[in-house]
Write a protein that binds this ligand. Structure first.
Ligand SMILES: [Fe+2]
Length: 183
């Protein structure tokens, strides 16, 4: 268990950024690798959104609200807005991927455009969370509130995401990194 309010979330950011770079390399060099693109979409939908953004939206942000941070304005409102934009990019990729796999070049362009939009968004989003909101959170949620939050994170991690465990999703990230290693 992490001893700060954001330790586990920061570690998850690193994994999300690594898979974003896999997606970027797949879009750059793996034209037609629909299996990898589909696996990246599954990872972002289940790990980045359901698991990670779920912990932020259901646990961290309410804990910050308890400490007096507004949720309808300021950093939390911006983060929630960016989570919604990210979901839309992933939905567009998921919708277009099957048609792209059948040779539809317009759909292939849609997959690439939405994928690159997601990569740009998630990099800037994580930089803001790590550098601003999480710095604030680490100072605001301390002591017993921090311990409660971390045990709630652990409970959240123990559930399944469309049948997949957290370990399954981490293994998927490892597999993706192996397919498109950083040069
Ligand atoms: Fe995050």
């Amino acid at each position: 268990m992490s001893d700060t309010a954001t330790g586990i979330l920061r570690a998850e950011h690193r994994l999300i950024l690594e898979v974003a770079s896999v997606l970027e390399r797949a879009l750059d060099t793996g034209e037609g690798d629909h299996d990898t693109l589909g696996d990246c979409i599954a990872f972002f939908r289940l790990f980045a959104d359901a698991c990670h953004h779920g912990k932020e939206e259901d646990l961290l942000f309410p804990a910050l609200e308890d400490e007096g941070m507004p949720t309808d304005a300021g950093p939390i409102a911006v983060m929630l807005h960016e989570h919604r934009i990210g979901r839309e990019f992933i939905r567009r990729m998921a919708d277009a991927l099957p048609r792209s796999g059948e040779g539809d070049s317009t759909a292939a362009t849609e997959v690439a455009d939405a994928g690159r939009g997601y990569i740009e968004l998630i990099r800037a989003h994580i930089a803001k969370e790590d550098g601003v909101l999480f710095e604030m959170a680490d100072g605001m949620v301390t002591g017993p509130a921090c311990r409660d939050l971390c045990s709630a994170y652990d409970e959240g991690c123990a559930r399944r995401f469309e049948g997949k465990t957290l370990q399954d999703l981490e293994d998927l990230a490892e597999s993706l990194r192996g397919r498109y290693p950083a040069v």
